[in-house]
Design a protein around this ligand. Structure first.
Ligand code: COA
Length: 674
């Protein structure tokens, strides 16, 4: 008789059996599945086999390994990281129903439940897709990473500017004149090169979360990398810094002119701050007037830019070389020109905009190469930050680089002037363009200006408290902010919205993100109670804590890849790749509603007062990004002006009021703790 070994997962009354051949899920009574022996009995009945060994798995993940104490390289632990698990099917379907419930009417929910039950029935389509997905997971390093790169980035045809490329603004610098601008830029370049030493020698400290090492794959994809437009799908290139012929130059853009600046001597020694300063000064002198903004082509719809890219390349061999020079460069430095005189209270929002889109064709939007993974922006008035193309990395690795570089700038202080060294002039890169490309540039300018006009950005510092207050009251600050956002939205719209918050999957090999769905039944109950005068403060507070706890629980599950969004995407793509029709569960209106993220949110913490911003995910939604500090929080909220339903300023006001009310409620119930 054949003996089979199966892994079993239990989730809320369902038991899943998985082996390499079979995956089945059956509803079971809870008391039936206590202990491995009992599991084997259930499994034997199920498989109709005389000999079945069942192993109980509480989590469908390999146990994460302990962080090795000594690492030769920040990448050497990569192969020891667990692979991203495929969550049990019934668990995902159960959680999916929980997630859509607050967003649907009773009738809609009943209909969706029938569709979901049909999808998940034993022997049904869901199980067949799950098995195929599981097989993919056995064969690949990560069943998700390539799909995600394509689905979330490289297949998307809308312009990268504002849609997928975030802008991160530094604290405002105080430049008395252009020399100070260039001096800051020189120190920043030196700071990044200092960080690059750690990347190239694979000597970066390994990020840890909850005592576990995280995947560091994204760290070597930030420098010397670029996105390339393609006819249907873009691609990405990386030129690792520790390989022979590694790039030794950066691109500087000033007044829309492009320059190559070698930042190392032929010996491999990096240029000093004074030398960099002298080279940047030469660039300023070599580009006193604005040039035709060829760079603005990169802000176009990806198909349009893809066509223009091929035209540029075909027109002249020199263009081909310039494109390669930009793509290989370590990073781009944009020396921006004056912006308008902005009232002080709007400067933070304006600063965020400059990093996001450059302010329009008459301002600095042509002074960019939007395909470049990392663009530093240093403006004449102290407006500085970065714009980063998102395909290669999430915010945290970028923030690590920024924290290091800004600390370097602070530490280096005023550098004593050294004797001038004669270096060759930076090389000007001049694109050849014809009439057709000139027209493309004009059209790109118009399109970009429409994007700029349509985006409303409201950046602000919430000062009354930061992480300290929720922490002092035993609540997760992130959960507290997310619940405040739910309340802020509910207060305006009297209904909840599907909400996306990114959670790191870097616990797993090649992990990127999954979705924390911040709108839960508990958050809605809290919002309703807050708007109900009959509810007592203690009842409201009980519901606040419940909502915060629910968020934290969802977050913890997301960090273990144990939530629904990437799994559902995986099942959908499995069906498509198998040549099947898209299953009913994914064409159901409930799925569209669940994926229509009216609140697209992300926490990007930093040691510095950085603010990151991006556009909403949907036309009638909001983008919300925040950097929680100990005693305050920086927020950037965005909305589209063309949507009559949204207003970033209004949501910001409602958010501040919600945070304050939640603090009051906490003080009332807990006593005065920060
Ligand atoms: N009582 C007291 N303190 C608590 C607490 C509680 N109940 N819960 C959490 N805290 C503390 C934490 O220990 C932590 O302390 P620290 O500031 O000393 O480190 C602090 O509060 C923050 O924790 P929390 O607010 O719960 O959030 P987090 O820092 O764990 O972040 C995520 C949560 C989801 C944002 C994070 O896990 C993550 O995935 N980040 C990546 C996001 C990402 O990739 N974004 C991409 C952008 S492009």
């Amino acid at each position: 008789m054949q003996r089979i070994t199966v892994d079993t997962y239990r989730y809320k009354g369902y038991l899943s059996f998985e082996d390499s051949l079979t995956l089945r899920t059956v509803p079971v009574e809870d008391d039936l599945i206590q202990g491995a022996a009992m599991l084997s009995v259930v499994a034997r009945n199920f498989f109709k086999q005389g000999a079945v060994t069942a192993t109980k798995m509480t989590k469908p993940a390999q146990a994460p390994t302990k962080a090795p104490m000594i690492m030769k390289s920040y990448l050497s632990h990569q192969s020891t990281l667990p692979k991203l698990p495929v969550p049990p099917l019934q668990q995902t379907l159960y959680k999916y129903l929980l997630a859509v419930q607050p967003l649907l009417s009773e009738d809609e929910y009943t209909n969706t439940k029938q569709i979901v039950d049909k999808f998940g029935k034993p022997g049904g389509l869901g199980e067949r897709l799950q098995m195929k997905l599981w097989q993919r997971a056995q064969k690949t390093e990560s069943w998700l990473s390539e799909w995600w790169l394509h689905a979330a980035y490289l297949d998307i045809r809308s312009p990268v500017v504002i849609n997928s490329t975030p802008g991160i603004a530094f604290p405002l610098q105080d430049f008395a004149d252009q020399k100070e601008q260039l001096r800051f830029a020189s120190k920043l370049i030196a700071g990044v090169l200092d960080y690059k030493v750690m990347v190239d020698s694979e000597n970066l400290p390994i990020d840890m979360m909850g005592g576990q090492p995280l995947c560091m794959d994204q760290y070597y994809k930030i420098l010397s990398s670029c996105r390339i437009p393609g006819p249907k799908r873009d691609s990405v290139v990386v030129y690792p810094g520790n390989k022979a012929n590694a790039p030794k130059h950066i691109i500087v853009i000033h007044n829309n002119h492009f320059f190559t600046l070698d930042v190392y001597y032929p010996s491999g020694k990096p240029l000093g701050i004074d030398e960099l300063f002298a080279q940047l000064e030469k660039i300023i002198n070599m580009s006193p007037k604005r040039a035709r903004p060829v760079g603005i082509l990169t802000t176009e719809h990806r198909n349009t830019w893809g066509k223009a890219y091929r035209k540029l390349k075909k027109l002249d061999k020199a263009n081909k070389k310039i494109l390669k020079e930009i793509e290989r460069s370590i990073f781009v430095l944009c020396l921006d020109e004056h912006t308008d005189n902005i009232p002080l209270d709007q400067r933070l929002s304006e600063l965020a905009c400059q990093m996001l889109h450059g302010g329009g064709s008459t301002k600095n939007s042509g002074n960019r190469w939007a395909d470049k993974t990392l663009q530093f922006i240093v403006g004449t008035e102290g407006n500085c930050g970065i714009s980063y193309e998102h395909a290669q990395a999430e915010g945290p690795p970028l923030i690590s680089l920024l924290d290091h570089s800004l600390t370097f700038v602070e530490k280096v202080g005023n550098v004593p002037k050294s004797a001038p060294i004669n270096l060759p002039d930076p090389k000007r890169l001049e694109f050849k363009v014809n009439e057709e490309l000139l027209q493309d540039i004009e059209i790109a300018e118009r399109h970009l200006d429409m994007i700029v006009d349509d985006l409303q950005v409201h950046a602000f510092q919430f000062q009354p408290f930061g992480k300290n207050m929720p922490k002092a009251n035993r609540m997760s600050p992130d959960a507290f902010i997310q619940v405040a956002l739910q309340l802020a939205y509910y207060r305006i719209y009297s209904q909840p919205a599907a909400t996306y918050e990114s959670a790191s999957l870097r616990r797993y090999r090649l992990g990127r993100t999954d979705t924390i769905r911040s709108c839960t039944t508990d958050s809605v109950n809290f919002c309703k109670a807050m708007l109900n005068e009959k509810k007592t403060p203690s009842e409201k507070y009980r519901l606040l804590r419940k909502a915060v706890e629910a968020h934290k629980t969802y977050t913890n599950e997301a960090l273990f890849g144990d939530v629904i969004d990437r799994h559902l995407l995986g099942l959908k793509l499995t069906a498509i790749e198998s040549g099947l029709n898209v299953p009913e569960i994914f064409v159901d209106q409930a799925y569209q509603t669940a994926m229509h993220f009216k609140l697209s949110t992300s926490q990007v913490p930093s040691k510095f007062d950085l603010v990151m911003g991006y556009a909403p995910d949907v036309p009638d939604g909001y983008g919300v990004c925040y950097n929680p500090r100990e005693t305050h929080t920086n927020f950037v909220l965005s909305a589209f002006n063309t949507s009559p339903e949204t207003d970033a300023q209004k949501l910001a006001t409602s958010l501040a009021a919600s945070l304050m009310e939640m603090q009051q409620l906490t003080i009332q119930n807990e006593g005065s703790k920060l």
